[in-house]
Design a protein around this ligand. Structure first.
Ligand SMILES: Nc1ncnc2c1ncn2[C@@H]1O[C@H](COP(=O)(O)OP(=O)(O)OP(=O)(O)O)[C@@H](O)[C@H]1O
Ligand SMILES: [Mg+2]
Length: 232
């Protein structure tokens, strides 16, 4: 590796094809160059439909670019097989989705355990770690609850605990405070900045000025392009 970027995008385009014969093209990202430094806390802002979630998905190896390169820890993601990509996602990336994406049939504890099952962590260690993470997000009393038996803020905290389960290098959060009242939102924020203080690189999509306020750097996206890149 020649630099200390955890993830780097080079002239990245993402074009979604849709409709009959997939002839309608949506250019979600149009030539994005971006390096995310290790240890950084980056906020991504911009209007609805500007490409923020698409950008996050590419950074997290959930998707591949149509054109250009995504380098994850120096490795070109488009050259990797699906299994290698899945491995990166499971071991090195934590993803907090715009809608929480918890498994509805698993308890809070089961949801946090799940990524560790995929990673082959032994049961006893898994339970210990899952309980520790739930304690960290203040949900020890809720470990047996199914997602439907949790409030929105509690579900979001479970999603964050799950994202941290395998000690990721990179934590990606898509509007993690979007559906929360300001008090609960602040709790979620302090979890993110706490992880960042522990050395996790954090990228968060947000409309919330408070989130942008604690970030080291704020990107603004419009129509699939970075139009502003400011250090705090
Ligand atoms: N799977 C898809 N197929 C087709 N078009 C898509 C797909 N996903 C996103 N798009 C389009 O790509 C553009 C960027 O979408 P994206 O979800 O990245 O926006 P966003 O900035 O996250 O918006 P929001 O703030 O509303 O979440 C939008 O115009 C959207 O309609
Ligand atoms: Mg989005």
């Amino acid at each position: 590796m020649t630099d200390d970027h955890i993830v780097k995008l080079e002239a990245v385009w993402k074009v979604y094809r849709m409709g009959r014969r997939r002839r309608i093209e949506v250019e979600a990202l149009r030539g994005v160059d971006l390096g995310v430094a290790r240890g950084e806390f980056l906020a991504v802002t911009g209007p609805s439909g500007s490409g923020k979630s698409t950008l996050l998905h590419l950074m997290g190896c959930l998707d591949r670019p149509t054109k250009g390169r995504v380098l994850f820890e120096g490795e070109d993601v488009s050259a990797l097989r699906a299994t290698a990509l899945a491995r990166i996602r499971n071991r090195r990336v934590g993803f907090v989705f715009q809608s929480f994406n918890l498994s509805p049939t698993l308890s809070a504890l089961g949801n946090v355990e799940l990524p560790m099952i995929f990673a082959g962590v032994p049961r006893r260690e898994r339970l210990r770690r899952a309980r520790e993470l739930l304690a960290r997000v203040g949900l020890t009393e809720r470990e047996r609850h199914l997602p439907a038996e949790l409030s929105g803020g509690e579900q979001q905290r479970v999603a964050i605990a799950r994202a941290l389960a395998n000690s990721p290098d990179l934590l990606l959060a898509d509007e993690p405070t979007g559906n929360l009242d300001s008090e609960t939102g602040r709790g979620v924020l302090s979890l993110l900045s706490g992880s960042n203080a522990d050395g996790v690189t954090v990228v968060v999509v947000t409309h919330d000025p408070e989130v942008a306020g604690i970030a080291h750097r704020v990107l603004r996206i419009r129509d699939g392009r970075i139009v502003e890149d400011t250090d705090a």
